[in-house]
Write a protein that binds this ligand. Structure first.
Ligand SMILES: [Fe+2]
Length: 488
């Protein structure tokens, strides 16, 4: 076992584990509903080798691990394996870290030259019978959904031109098409963005490139029935800084944010740019949709500054924890009007990890779920993840005027991002699956999968599956139904 630095990104919940294992039959408390049949795939970064450079952003560079919680007939099993990226294989062969700072190849060892730097640690994407492990700084790796064996880097049969595909794709619920984008598409600090459409059979139909207003961290985007929307917030990269061994990202409070809107089957030349507030930041969009008057709305887990403390420090910003000005904010655009104006309204509290039913993607929607901090919790939150604190409350938000519902965890518990599983019962809102961590000592934790009635989150879990092993924090997850997997 490696010795890791005594730093927050390597201690407590973030302590590296470095183990691949399977647990065939998890102990179940309660009863898993009959319509929960499939696999909950989870991206769980876990650094295999201790770093040789100091890197405040190291929490983003953990080697990707793919975990699968398989559920069938009311039973559940657990498995986790490393994604065999070029980087991971080279470091295993060398027996030590070869790659330096987050997205800075100028800090690498000579042995890393020419190798793919991506750790494929952000989202397991299930589409057209393929499981892809993605991270925004590279191309995805394809993984066998049954064995979790890595099959290699995926470039859509040689068709993909972009060097990057982000971890946040959008799948249209009617056409089954996958919409994706990649920024820094032709290399480090480039403002080139690729926008692609993959048909329901997994064939890359179209890839177009455009220039963003500047090179920015573009983590997520959104679609509606007719449009593709590309938000740009001023977390920026400068090639001179990176060449000098500096951080990839700093946040610029005095720079405008932008949102590019184009017909989703149109040409990038038809992109219109709308100007948002200066200095704001967002990692995840909840959804976007068009209303009956033809306006386009995009709902974002927005904050007044980039929420990652290490990016604030790299930017010379001194923001106290919990004072990043978070809120769920709707930006509305009237495409019938000239100019670059958009309107903003706050529609929900601070939070992140928004979840919508797959069928609501890009459409008007009445409710959604997200994680937040319970304002009434006594004591500190569980430390972990890139923000440094894990969420401890699950919300069901209602956009029709009804009150939100909340499920608050007891002290020393935290949520990982849930996935939504539709119900076969008409009128039932389905189920949320989430891994809940419980801290029982400075570096001791217990973990369980919770199954929650999505329409009645306040009543707590209907079932738990105990995971008898230490886990690191998950980034994103994906639900693949048994019917699409040919049986889980
Ligand atoms: Fe994300």
């Amino acid at each position: 076992m490696q010795r890791f630095p005594d730093a927050p990104e390597y201690t407590g919940l973030n302590a590296p584990l470095g183990e691949e294992y399977e647990v065939p039959d998890l102990v179940i408390e309660g009863r898993i509903p009959d319509d929960v049949e499939g696999v909950f795939f989870r991206a769980v970064p876990d650094p295999a080798f201790s770093p040789f450079v100091e890197d405040a952003a190291a929490v983003l560079s953990g080697d990707g691990m793919i975990s699968a919680i398989r559920i069938a007939g009311g039973k559940a099993s657990f498995a986790i394996r490393y994604v065999q990226t070029e980087r991971h294989k080279a470091e295993v062969a060398a027996g030590r870290a070869l790659f330096g700072k987050y997205r800075n190849p100028f800090t690498d060892t000579p042995e890393a030259a020419g190798l793919d730097r991506s750790v494929a640690n952000t989202t397991p994407v299930w589409h057209a019978g393929r499981l892809l492990m993605s991270k925004e700084d590279g191309r995805p790796y394809r993984v066998d959904p049954r064995t979790l064996e890595t099959l290699g880097r995926h470039d859509f049969g040689g068709k993909l031109k972009s060097q990057t595909v982000t971890a946040h794709v959008r799948i249209d619920p009617e056409t089954g098409e996958l919409f994706f984008f990649g920024y820094e598409a032709d290399g480090l600090a480039s403002s080139k963005v690729a926008y692609g459409i993959v048909d329901r059979h997994g064939t890359l139909l179209r890839e177009q490139w455009f220039d963003a207003p500047y090179c920015a961290m573009m983590h997520d985007f959104a679609i509606t029935k007719n449009y593709a929307l590309f938000p740009v917030y001023p977390t920026t990269c400068d090639v001179q800084r990176v060449r000098a061994g500096g951080d990839h990202w700093v946040h610029e409070m005095e720079r405008d944010s932008w949102i590019g809107v184009m017909p989703r089957y149109g040409k990038v030349a038809d992109m219109r740019w709308f100007r948002g507030r200066k200095g704001v930041s967002c990692y995840h969009m909840m959804n976007a949709f068009e209303d009956t008057e033809g306006r386009v709305h995009i709902d974002q887990c927005l904050s007044s500054v980039n929420a990652f403390p290490f990016i604030q420090r790299a930017s010379g910003l001194d923001i106290p924890p919990g004072e990043t000005g978070g809120r769920l904010e709707r930006w509305s655009i009237d495409l019938r009007q000239d100019g670059d104006r958009l309107s903003e309204s706050v529609i929900g509290p601070p939070g992140d990890f928004p979840v919508i039913p797959a069928r609501a993607q890009g459409r008007p929607y009445a409710h959604a779920w997200m994680l937040t901090m319970n304002p009434q919790t006594q004591g500190p939150p569980v430390a972990g993840g890139p923000v440094g604190a894990m969420f401890n409350m699950l919300l069901r938000l209602d956009f029709t005027g009804k009150s939100p519902q909340a499920l608050a965890l007891p002290p020393r518990h935290c949520f990982n991002e849930p996935v939504h599983v539709p119900s076969v019962r008409a009128g039932h809102e389905g189920w949320l699956l989430t891994v809940v961590d419980r801290q029982i000592g400075p570096s001791a934790f217990e973990h369980a999968l919770w199954v929650i009635d999505a329409g009645n989150v306040a009543s707590g879990p209907v079932a738990k599956a105990v995971i008898p092993h230490r886990l690191r924090p998950q980034v994103h997850g994906w639900w693949a139904p048994a019917a699409e997997l040919g049986g889980a």
